[in-house]
Write a protein that binds this ligand. Structure first.
Ligand code: HEC
Ligand code: HEC
Length: 804
């Protein structure tokens, strides 16, 4: 009965539309539907269910279940059946809203009228959003301002527009203390000092915030913070990887280059050019050669017995994949062994990109830094006088004659010998028998070991082979010994054509091509990363996959506007950051309940800021800064802070000569990174393992993190230092001491309740000390010990390691 009614309704509606309607025209009526709703999954390249709707011939062939279009017989055409919704859902288009009644009717009539499709009419599959040309969108200025969300710049107009569409209310702005801490952490990765916070809170000038932004962007710590993001992409490490994992003692030279280039705001196109092809620039400078260290960071296996050519190809494959992810946001790596299954990249195209890197060899470049020479000279200034003194001491033992007693002994023992003998040697020998000689000799040997080594730093750089150039072949199924067609360097056809300077295409052409006017990916990908670092999530959630499997942009217009703006600003990273952080959107409160009615609404549309745990290195930097231990030296070689005992016990092979003096309190990004034995604290807080390029770190929340904060010797030392410092500053004022700890750690004062709790903790420690005495390992006065406990509690608060 039910079926019967349905049929009648269908027939009825069909009749209604058919009356007086002109015949369906495939090109005008049907093609647009196929193109917009079906072709993304049913094209010649990607035939879901075995079906392509690109041409009449392919459509007639049908899919896995056979013919799907029966011309003139709509009732037995599976294609039509798949479109008719029941319960509001239709089989096709898969996973999307059903076609509307009118569209379904067009298809029905088209089939009923004979499914006419001229053979020459081949439809183009839709172009993926990210491959469409970037056109600067108009800014929706017509948006009305709401209270608390002034439209400060273009970003706000785009964001507010989406709020209005979705009926969302923007959160109120963050308070000034939260805001300054957020800005400090985002731009420099270091917390503001209490004095800076108070000055900002008191500064009511409208320009106070902008001034702060400019100040932070010109801080050398900015290059460290944003350099670290780049090092994640560059899979930076201080060792080779694989089992052997030999050290790369001079890898830091590249890290230093990155920090410096970012600090001087080197335009992103030039920044790229130097890293991909610095050696191919005309008269490259030493620094431009150092920049090519980007692709030197790849893993390397040169152990005895391995197939060296195999590992060389692996390095090049990694270079192609990394270049694809970092600049194009494409998972090129999927086309290493077969054509890409999701994106329009063929295996041949993969090897054309491979050919760009196949002729780059590595060379060492001498790059001793002035600070190294200065350090050496300083060391020698201390070493030399001691040496001179020791040599002088030794000279006192110099002998030209023997004493009478010694001469006598010798004469006796050479008893009747007529052989001539070497008096000089004998004199030399007897000298060593003088009292005191041995000691001076030992001192000299020991001092010689202390002699500072002259710096001989060598960076690894690319150098293009000029002779014996390697030919590139497709590796059938990814197996390098199975050569397919020979290929020349080239770029994928879905992207704009490559312009070459002369002769064959090289890396420099490739680097320039990334930034050509009509490359649709580079700018979108780059600007999305900057956004991600300032909001904790990108406008595209998958920063290294802008392909079919990647996420779609939450704000496509905004993304494109920013992409054009980045180019317009001459690829100035600082200008882009400035633009974003001065928007109202950036300055919103991050509290999930900032608008009570939206407490459970996700934040894709950015009605508030995001709140999240800071990255591994910053966890460390926060501790070191709050405690006053931080060594603010920029760049230079890596350091080895003390490791928890269990690590060195487990791995006897761990060579970890702990850095001495202030050096061990340098920022997290300078911690020596050995791929097989990474510093445990960094890994616990989700630092990447640097085997492949990383564009978005995990943000896990585990008990191990809490245990690390409690027990890592470095953090314990920080609490001690902080406790002692505030005790010294406020010897007789507990309340002031507690407030100071709060300000240094959280940039705010404690609430009354918090103060009480900490007060109690303080008194508890004093009482325990009184009843149980002082623990053997702590020489602190009870008041200091109690303040150290307070500092530890505050440093173990979630808020301490959260960027709100
Ligand atoms: C998001 C991807 C997607 C879109 C868009 C899509 N399809 Fe499909 N289609 C599939 C998949 C996957 C199958 C295979 C069967 C399954 O998984 O349901 C399929 C199967 C089919 C089949 C059956 C083929 C066979 O022989 O088994 C037909 C007919 C079909 N689709 C028609 C359409 C039409 C018409 C449209 C557009 C209105 C459309 N599809 C849009 C993914 C899609
Ligand atoms: C190291 C080589 C290699 C890499 C890299 C690789 N694949 Fe494959 N893949 C294969 C082989 C071999 C097969 C099976 C035979 C074939 O289809 O060529 C296969 C099959 C597939 C299939 C099923 C084939 C089909 O037609 O049903 C899919 C889907 C696939 N790969 C996707 C991917 C994606 C996505 C990536 C990148 C993340 C990837 N592959 C990277 C080697 C590789």
């Amino acid at each position: 009965m039910f079926v019967c009614v349905l049929t009648i309704v269908c027939l009825f509606s069909a009749t209604v539309f058919a009356v007086g309607a002109e015949p369906v025209d495939f090109q005008r009526d049907v093609a647009p539907i196929f193109q917009q709703r079906c072709l993304s999954c049913h094209n010649d390249r990607d035939q879901r269910g075995g079906l392509s709707l690109q041409s009449a011939e392919m459509a007639r062939n049908g899919g896995e279940s056979g013919t799907v279009i029966e011309p003139g017989d709509e009732a037995s055409s599976y294609l039509l059946e798949s479109l008719v919704p029941s319960d509001g859902n239709a089989e096709m288009p898969k996973g999307a809203s059903p076609l509307d009644a009118n569209e379904i009717d067009i298809i029905r009539r088209w089939i009923a009228e004979g499914a006419v499709w001229p053979n020459e009419l081949v439809l183009d599959p839709p172009v993926l959003w990210s491959l469409q040309p970037i056109v600067r969108p108009a800014v929706p200025w017509d948006i009305t301002e709401t209270e608390g969300f002034p439209i400060r710049n273009q970003i706000d107009a785009f964001v507010a527009h989406r709020h209005r569409e979705a009926g969302l209310q923007a959160a109120p702005p963050a308070d000034r203390r939260t805001l300054i801490r957020r800005l400090y952490l985002d731009i420099t990765g270091l917390p503001p000092s209490p004095a800076t916070v108070e000055a900002f809170v008191a500064d009511t000038e409208p320009s106070a915030y902008e001034r702060l932004v400019d100040e932070l962007l010109s801080s050398p710590h900015y290059g460290e913070r944003w350099g670290r993001y780049w090092l994640d992409l560059a899979r930076y490490a201080d060792s080779e990887g694989y089992l052997g994992d030999a050290l790369r003692p001079h890898a830091w030279v590249y890290r230093e280059w990155v920090i410096d280039a970012i600090n001087r705001d080197q335009p992103f196109d030039q920044f790229t050019l130097e890293q991909l092809a610095g050696d191919l620039l005309e008269h490259p400078t030493l620094e431009q050669k150092v920049a090519t260290g980007f692709h030197r960071n790849t893993l390397r296996n040169t152990e005895a017995g391995v197939d060296l050519e195999l590992y060389r190809t692996k390095e090049i494959i990694d270079r192609v994949n990394t270049t694809g992810m970092v600049w194009l946001g494409l998972t090129l790596g999927c086309a290493e062994c077969h054509d890409h299954k999701n994106d329009p990249i063929s295996q041949t195209e993969f090897y054309r990109l491979y050919a760009f890197f196949n002729n780059a060899d590595e060379v060492g470049v001498a790059v001793t830094r002035p600070w190294e020479t200065a350090e050496y000279e300083q060391g020698m200034r201390v070493w030399r006088p001691v040496w001179d003194e020791l040599v002088a001491k030794l000279q006192r033992f110099e002998k030209h004659d023997l004493s009478d007693a010694q001469s006598e002994t010798i004469s006796e023992s050479l008893a009747g010998s007529s052989e001539p003998f070497d008096w000089k040697t004998i004199v030399e020998f007897y000298r060593t028998k003088e009292p005191g000689w041995e000691e001076v000799r030992a001192e000299i040997d020991a001092h010689l070991k202390q002699k500072p080594a002259a710096p001989r730093t060598r960076a690894r750089a690319f150098a293009e082979r000029t002779k014996d150039r390697r030919e590139t072949f497709v590796h059938i199924r990814g197996i390098y010994t199975r050569q397919g067609d020979k290929v020349d360097p080239g770029t994928p056809v879905i992207l704009p054509p490559l312009t070459t300077r002369s002769g064959g295409a090289d890396r420099l052409d490739l680097a320039r091509w990334l930034f050509c006017e009509d490359n649709p990916l580079t700018a979108r990908v780059a600007v999305n990363r900057i956004w991600q670092h300032l909001f904790g999530q990108g406008l595209v959630a998958t920063p290294n996959d802008f392909g079919n499997q990647g996420a779609r942009p939450t704000h496509p217009q905004l993304l494109d506007w920013l992409a054009t703006e980045y180019r317009r600003s001459g690829w100035s990273r600082k200008a882009m950051i400035r633009l974003i952080v001065t928007s109202s959107a950036y300055r919103l409160s991050s509290a999930a309940n900032a608008v009570l009615s939206q407490e459970h609404v996700g934040n894709q549309l950015l009605w508030r800021q995001n709140s999240y745990r800071v990255s591994a290195e910053i966890v460390r930097d926060l501790h070191l800064t709050a405690s006053g231990l931080l060594d603010r030296t920029i760049g230079r070689r890596g350091v080895r802070p003390p490791l928890p005992a269990f690590v060195t016990e487990v791995g006897r092979s761990v060579q970890w000569p702990v850095s001495q003096g202030g050096e061990q309190y340098r920022r997290g990004l300078y911690i020596f990174f050995k791929r097989t034995v990474p510093y445990p604290m960094l890994m616990t807080f989700d630092a990447p393992d640097s085997t492949i390029s990383c564009s978005r770190r995990e943000r896990t929340n585990t008990p191990l993190q809490a245990l690390t904060l409690m027990n890592d010797p470095v953090f314990h030392e920080c609490a001690q230092s902080l406790g002692r410092a505030v005790h010294q500053q406020h010897p007789n004022d507990l309340s002031a001491a507690i407030c100071d700890i709060f300000l240094r750690c959280l940039a705010r004062l404690p609430t009354e309740q918090e103060r009480k709790v900490l007060d109690m903790a303080y008194q508890d420690v004093l009482r325990i000390r009184e009843t149980e005495g002082q623990p053997a390992d702590q020489g602190e006065a009870p008041e200091v010990a109690a303040l150290i406990t307070v500092a530890r509690i505050v440093m173990n608060l979630d808020e301490f390691i959260t960027r709100d």
